[in-house]
Design a protein around this ligand. Structure first.
Ligand code: GLN
Length: 212
């Protein structure tokens, strides 16, 4: 954990929409007038220093395999279990989950971080509808609709008892929160709306305060 006055947020830097998350954190910090640094992280020693971490959308199997090669999965698991706030969007939510499957191939047997007590169905919206936008109600970020951008998105098919459902699209669960962990099936970093990243930054600021 950083000892400086600003909070340190890492974005898992292997693959996916990394820069978009960096920009969204900067926008959130600006709107909140909060002091936050944001950097790419790949290695265990970098992850040890962060106050919060974002796992971006992209391709979950690629990201978790690369993280595993760098021996980063155990330290991610440990930091999240200790209470470090984490936001996983799309592929990031898949990596955080307890189990992932695909309707066609079944259990995808990919490497997981696993702290989030949910089961996800990958590519749950099918080929016909593999990318789309939908206006979502996400009470924790405020009243106005949030533009959900879904790209070959997963959906949550099972939630454990400590998991709060924070957004649905039709009958499908598309965002969840379990204590310090947020997972979204869509990409808030692409929405040009910093509210989810602001909510997350507030969690990080509170976490840091609790540790001070
Ligand atoms: N389908 C991708 C996966 O399973 C997730 C897509 C995304 O992050 N946009 O990793």
């Amino acid at each position: 954990m950083s000892k400086k006055s600003s909070v340190a947020i890492g974005v898992l830097g292997f693959q996916g929409d990394i820069e978009e998350n960096v920009a969204a954190v900067k926008q959130a910090a600006k709107e909140m007038k909060a002091s936050a640094t944001v950097q790419l992280v790949r290695y265990p020693e970098e992850m040890e220093k962060m106050d919060g971490l974002i796992l971006p959308g992209g391709e979950s199997t690629v990201q978790s395999s690369l993280a595993a090669i760098q021996q980063s999965l155990p330290v991610l698991k440990k930091r999240i279990a200790e209470g470090m706030p984490v936001l996983g969007t799309c592929a990031g939510m898949i990596m955080l989950s307890r189990r992932a499957y695909d309707r066609v191939v079944g259990d995808t047997k990919q490497k997981m971080i696993g702290n989030l007590d949910i089961v996800v169905e990958r590519n749950a919206f099918g080929r016909q509808n593999d990318s789309f936008e939908a206006d979502l109600d996400i009470g924790i970020v405020g009243k106005g609709k949030f533009k959900g951008i879904f790209i070959r998105a997963p959906a949550v098919s099972e939630v454990g008892k400590d998991v709060e459902v924070i957004a649905k699209h039709g009958s499908k669960i598309v965002a969840v929160k379990q204590k310090n962990i947020i997972g979204t099936a869509f990409h808030p970093e692409l929405a040009d709306d910093a509210r989810m990243h602001k909510y997350f930054l507030k969690m990080v600021l509170d976490y840091r305060k609790g540790k001070a």
